[in-house]
Design a protein around this ligand. Structure first.
Ligand code: SPV
Ligand code: MN
Length: 626
């Protein structure tokens, strides 16, 4: 028996002691013992993922007040602090051991210094409380994709979220014995106010120790900062994937239904709040994942799994018209945690839900009324823009049946999309894997959104939509992706999508939210060579006739030619400026950029300049038709 386990005995009930003992990996015991030593909880609860243990976590989340029940059966609400409403880039840092270096663009701190700081913040942080120990399987268990993880936390809300979002891992740990490696997370919500909300936001820290595969998080509850297996473990997985030759991506996975009952799987990378979940949730298609995908080369075919089995999604804008499926789920009984919504008479409300909101209620600032202002005199919205829901994927009627296939699903296509108001057309196909990786993935530009606590609307490069999570040199990540495609028999076709293109004069969006369904259907046809396309300087774009037919079939809508021309006009000045920005970023910020990046962007520049000579600055797609 490990001495760690014995040291833990006074804080464990007999049952919890046995649950921990049944895992024969001394590293597990060591992690729990060291966490307990540091954080000093009164007792330790070990979740074995049994129905009983999961129900206990749910009950405690309500009993402690971290969640409050809502009227609908199974619904609860949780509030995060006013300054804890999104991922916090400022205080999320890598611990860098002496002698090691990371890209300049990554937030970092000397490992010894960072460890000392975070350990002092965690010291005795769980005093008088329970530490919950949870085991998860990232990806389907017992599969070549599986990565194991364990978290120690003092938040029942965090534990509850994890039981919804991740596949149970206790049995896998129990059966794998010693020697198996796993990711570790230690989290404490820190001091709580009377509403059970983390108080000391100025002491919020999220540190990633890649040398030991441990994540530390303290004085925060927002799930993106505290649920370790979302974006925090993702950073470690990116490193692991890079070393082992597979991909960990910020991607949704969906099954797109084509002619004759065919289903083609797509993965899609979009920065937070740029249409990722709403694409995966298009009615008539199936969702396999909405946030993080692992992709492997299996017999020279790219196959993907969802790391998670639930959704931690954005509520804003979910209404019966634009997201009918989600709206229905959110209004039906079943296990759902709402966060940072407005609550009135036991019902959750959010921005853009398609009805009038109540004039008062309770939100993340406490009692709220129409006209309430913050300390700077700014009006407080009824619900936070980043209000979220946490729901199991299996609760959705459109959940893809292959969710737990240990071999994943074969990818026919990959999409990259950001908030690009000026340059790229709504949908285009790359000329090759390399062109797609560079011109759409590495060149992905977006405007910042409310999903992080920074200022909104600032344009920035968000490489492959993982800029916030990347933990290896940026150039190496591009190189890795280029190489991954080279080893495939038939790499997935890479598409660039842009749901946020605006009219250059009026500034209005050129597409309705549901138009993306047409683009998705067109991509599906392209994967099977069943639609034609027009070759433009930036990629292959759809033909008007195909889109007109699809708009009619998919949305029952007319698609006037003038809309098509506006949306698919190649904007040469905006595209050239984009290329300049992207090249500048990589030249200045990324010392190991693969030479292919500059080559492929220069080729694109030449194509644009040539086209401008023939046709001018703004070129109708029809000009490129032979
Ligand atoms: C995102 O912001 O990309 C999310 C939510 O998916 S978080 O868990 O905060 O990362
Ligand atoms: Mn995300």
């Amino acid at each position: 028996m490990s001495s760690y386990l014995e040291a833990l005995r006074p804080r464990l009930s007999e049952i919890d002691y046995r649950k921990l003992r049944a895992i024969a990996n001394p590293e597990v015991h060591r992690f729990v013992a060291e966490a307990a030593d540091l954080c000093n909880p009164k007792r330790i609860f070990v979740c074995s993922n049994s129905a009983e243990d999961v129900a206990y976590i749910r009950r405690k989340a309500i009993e402690t007040g971290e969640e409050k029940p809502l009227k609908a059966h199974g619904h609860t609400v949780h509030f995060d602090g006013v300054y804890d409403q999104g991922r916090d880039r400022r205080v999320t840092k890598y611990l860098v051991p002496k002698g090691d270096t990371l890209s300049k663009v990554l937030n970092q701190i000397d490992r010894d210094e960072g460890l000392a700081e975070i350990r002092s913040l965690l010291k005795n942080s769980m005093e008088g409380r329970t530490m919950i120990v949870l085991f998860v399987s990232l990806g389907p268990p017992n599969s070549v994709f599986t990565v194991l993880g364990m978290q120690c936390t003092d938040s029942w809300y965090v534990a509850h979220s994890e039981t919804i979002l991740f596949r149970p891992g206790y049995e896998v740990f129990r059966r794998s014995g010693s020697g198996r490696d796993f990711l570790r997370v230690l989290h404490s919500a820190g001091k709580l106010d009377k509403n059970m909300v983390s108080m000391e936001h100025e002491k919020k820290r999220i540190y990633i120790d890649y040398a030991e595969n441990i994540i530390y998080s303290v004085n925060t509850q927002y799930a993106g900062n505290s649920v370790g297996f979302k974006k925090l473990a993702f950073r470690l997985a990116i490193r692991k994937a890079n070393q082992e030759g597979w991909l960990a991506e910020h991607m949704m996975i969906m099954g797109v239904h084509g002619p004759g009952g065919r289903k083609t799987y797509f993965a899609g990378a979009f920065p937070s709040a740029c249409g990722k979940t709403s694409t995966a949730m298009l009615p008539g298609e199936t969702i396999l994942g909405d946030d993080i995908a692992y992709i492997r080369n299996i017999n020279s075919v790219a196959r993907a799994v969802n790391v998670e089995c639930g959704i931690f999604g954005i509520l804003q804008g979910i209404n019966p018209k634009d997201d009918p499926l989600l709206f229905e789920v959110l209004n039906s009984p079943g296990e759902i945690i709402f966060s940072n919504v407005l609550v009135k008479d036991g019902k959750p409300y959010w921005l853009g839900m398609g009805c009038d909101l109540p004039e008062d209620g309770v939100n993340y600032t406490g009692y709220w009324w129409e006209g309430k202002t913050d300390e700077n005199g700014n009006r407080i919205p009824p619900a936070h823009k980043n209000a979220r829901y946490t729901v199991p994927l299996r609760a959705l009627k459109n959940c893809d049946p292959e969710l737990d296939n240990p071999l994943g699903v074969e990818l026919g296509g990959i999409m990259y999309g950001g908030r690009d108001s000026k340059a790229y057309v709504p949908v285009q196909q790359s000329f090759s894997w390399e062109h797609g990786v560079i011109a759409y993935g590495a060149s992905l530009e977006t405007e910042t959104t409310f999903a992080t606590v920074d200022k909104e609307g600032i344009p920035e490069i968000n490489m492959m939509s993982i800029q916030d999570f990347i933990s290896i040199p940026l150039g190496q990540n591009i190189r890795h992706l280029l190489d991954f495609g080279k080893k495939l028999k038939k790499p997935p076709i890479i598409f660039g999508v842009n749901y946020f293109l605006r009219d250059l004069e009026t500034g209005e969006y050129l597409n309705a939210p549901r138009d993306k369904h047409v683009w998705v259907k067109w991509m599906e046809l392209r994967v099977h060579n069943e639609a034609e396309a027009i070759k433009t300087p930036t990629g292959y774009v759809p033909k008007y006739e195909d889109l007109r037919r699809l708009f009619r079939q998919v949305l029952g809508k007319d698609y006037p030619k003038r809309d098509y021309i506006k949306q698919f006009t190649i904007r040469v000045p905006e595209n050239l400026a984009k290329i300049d920005r992207v090249k500048k970023f990589y030249k200045e910020k990324v010392s190991d950029t693969p030479i292919e990046l500059f080559k492929i962007l220069d080729q694109q520049r030449r194509r644009l300049v040539q086209a401008r000579k023939r046709f001018g600055d703004y070129i109708s797609p029809e000009k490129f038709e032979k």
